[in-house]
Write a protein that binds this ligand. Structure first.
Ligand code: S3P
Length: 444
């Protein structure tokens, strides 16, 4: 399928044919960032197996190196080591910290750096990241005593952090966001007294799990695990971290396997943390043929292999507390909805408007160009199927998850598609186009 690509020419994607075989998706992006960050402020060495060798974690590693942390070279298939500098060991960087396209890097860095009293940091990123809201992190950190300046009253990067002594407090976050929660927890590590974060619904809990494993004093409670308290004073110790495959990357194969005639795929070693498995519940709701095999626990995170095959699908409805558990999978679920009988409804998903792109608008525009019947709302969309998609000229609009979702759609479309800016996929899944070419069975 992926015949040719350069940054300047669109990728030609053929429709028709099928998908067969096994695939190992790269390491979980959220867990990769956290392993680097927590390893950096621990005492001793952290060894990370399966770290995602993609642009976003590379941004986190580069920022940490600029503050004096030794992070070994990040190469696919090789373990990465981080020589921790301890909770107070980060040096003031001599230059601006570049977070690239990575919201997780910027938001978690704000939490990490806010309490470095007397040190000064400037964070920036690419055009997309400089347009994403940062006050959602800056405001709770300010309640702890942080001083963060930026454009539009501190909402947009470039952001300047003037490190301050911080005070532990109780913070109710208005959105269920693991980036916001994790930033507060990172700041709490060096604050005076305990800090409690209360979320409206539970977001992914990788920080809680990993901080505990590194030795932090952290409790989780409340209805639906929405209340997290961190009490500072513990020394974090370097750990051995095994990063499972990213369910958000597996999602492209799960949907492709479910909607592509004749498809049968196995996705190996996928992280199945319950705060991330909303996609499996929706695919089940749709009647997709998905089986979890070899369910196991790897370094504190549940993992399994997933088998998926093609079959008839029915429409789904999603909203409420489920959204944080599948927030990154909504673009590819929109593709699945085109192949499902009936009208699928996505509600309470306004967060998609502030991701790498406005994913509601971009998916409505790009899938619409392929003939999808989508109605867009402020907080979601409805998609009516079954629609036979047609090959078209489409554009990732620089968003990695849009690029891969459109590739899945192009695979079942009648006729060829041209995808502009396919290279965006490298933000989270650099081998995606190679895996697609390998799994693809040409039409007879
Ligand atoms: C992430 C949290 C989510 C997600 C992002 C990664 C994380 O963002 O969309 O891709 O690693 O904490 P929000 O926290 O903004 O929901």
């Amino acid at each position: 399928m992926a015949e040719t690509t350069t940054a300047s020419s669109p990728l030609q994607l053929r429709g028709g044919g099928s998908l067969r075989g096994s695939v190992q998706v790269p390491g979980d992006k959220s867990i990769s960032h956290r392993a680097l960050l927590f390893g950096a402020i621990a005492e001793g060495t952290t060894r990370i197996e399966g770290l995602l060798p993609a642009e976003d974690p590379l941004s986190t590693a580069a920022c940490l190196r600029a503050m004096g942390v030794t992070v070994s070279e990040i190469r696919a298939g090789e373990p990465v080591t981080v020589q921790g500098v301890g909770l107070d060991g980060l040096q003031e960087p001599a230059n601006v910290l570049d977070c690239g396209n990575s919201g997780t890097t910027m938001r978690l860095m704000l939490g990490l750096l806010a309490g470095r009293a007397g040190r000064h940091f400037v964070l920036t990123g690419d055009g997309s990241l400089r347009g994403r809201p940062m006050r959602r992190v800056g405001a709770p950190l300010a309640a702890m005593g942080a001083v963060i300046h930026g454009r539009k009253d501190g909402n947009f990067a470039p952001l300047a952090v003037l490190g301050q002594p911080l005070q532990g407090t109780t913070i109710e976050t208005p959105v269920a966001s693991a980036q916001v929660k994790s930033a507060i927890l990172l700041a709490a590590l060096t604050a005076e007294g305990p800090t409690t974060v209360i979320e409206p619904a539970q977001s992914r809990d990788h920080s809680e799990r990993m901080l505990r494993a590194f030795g932090a004093d952290l409790t989780v409670g409340g209805a639906g695990n929405t209340v997290v308290t961190l009490t500072p004073g513990q020394t974090l110790r370097g750990q051995s971290v095994v990063v499972p495959g990213d369910i958000s990357s597996a999602a492209f194969w799960l949907v492709a396997g479910a909607i592509t005639p004749g498809a049968a795929l196995t996705v190996e070693n996928v992280g199945l943390n319950p705060s991330r498995t909303g996609i499996l519940e929706v695919l089940e709701q749709m009647g997709a043929n998905i089986t979890v095999i070899n369910a196991r626990d790897v370094a504190g995170e549940p993992v399994g292999d997933l088998q998926v095959s093609h079959g008839p699908l029915r429409a789904f409805e999603i909203g409420g507390d489920l959204i944080p558990r599948l927030v990154d999978e909504i673009p590819v679920l929109a593709v699945a909805a085109c192949c499902a009988e009936g009208t699928s409804r996505i509600r309470d998903a306004e967060e998609l408007r502030v991701k790498e792109t406005d994913r509601l608008a971009v998916m409505a525009r790009q899938l619409g160009a392929m003939g999808a019947r989508i109605e867009e709302f402020e907080d979601g969309m409805t998609i009516t199927g079954i629609t036979e998609l047609r090959g078209a000229t489409v554009d990732s609009e620089t968003d990695h998850r849009v690029a891969m979702s459109l590739a899945v759609a192009a695979g079942i479309a009648a006729g060829a598609s041209q995808l502009h800016r396919p290279e965006a996929a490298a933000v989270s899944y650099p081998g995606f186009w190679d895996d697609l070419a390998r799994l693809r069975q040409p039409a007879p």
